[in-house]
Design a protein around this ligand. Structure first.
Ligand code: DQA
Length: 153
């Protein structure tokens, strides 16, 4: 059993060159490296994955149901569209924290709807790369406390 599966959704593999005015210049590998450092500071055993494919992301969450104590995820554009990923997150019985680098509420109206936030323990939005690190802190606190179970919908 790992402590946290960290999931990067579609197009996040292009961070660094993708719309840097919105997402900054750090690459996904840079973010993963910062998360590794933060995880060892917190004493968390993490695993990370990225996929552009909705089905692969569903399978990753299904596997996490039996292999991970918590999930931290940025499902990127699927956040706003995917009922299957919403159902997968809802089925995960443990801390499940959504993150977004940009502040979706300052952007297009279609980004202001998250199908996954209502079935998440909580969401951290708008702090750039720090959203991931703050998200890992949140997961750590939930794992130390009540496991986020009292907030499950
Ligand atoms: C994002 C916001 C989404 O609307 C967008 O599709 C992304 C990135 C973010 O981290 O700000 O790909 O999830």
């Amino acid at each position: 059993m790992i402590d946290v599966l960290i999931i990067f959704g579609p197009n996040l593999n292009m961070l660094g060159t993708r719309e840097p005015q919105i997402y900054g210049s750090d690459t996904m590998v840079d973010i993963m490296s910062s998360l590794e450092t933060q995880a060892s500071r917190l004493g968390l055993n993490i695993s990370m994955m990225q996929s552009n494919d909705e089905g692969e992301l569903v399978i990753a969450i299904q596997k996490a149901c039996i292999t991970a104590r918590a999930i931290l995820f940025n499902l990127a554009a699927y956040t706003h569209t995917s009922v299957v990923l919403r159902d997968a997150v809802a089925m995960f019985d443990g801390p499940r924290v959504e993150v977004h680098m940009s502040n979706n509420y300052q952007r297009e109206s279609f980004r202001q709807i998250s199908l996954t936030a209502p079935v998440s323990s909580g969401a951290i939005i708008g702090f750039g790369v720090d959203s991931f690190l703050l998200g890992l802190d949140a997961v750590d606190r939930l794992l130390d406390g009540n496991g986020g179970k009292d907030q499950k919908s």
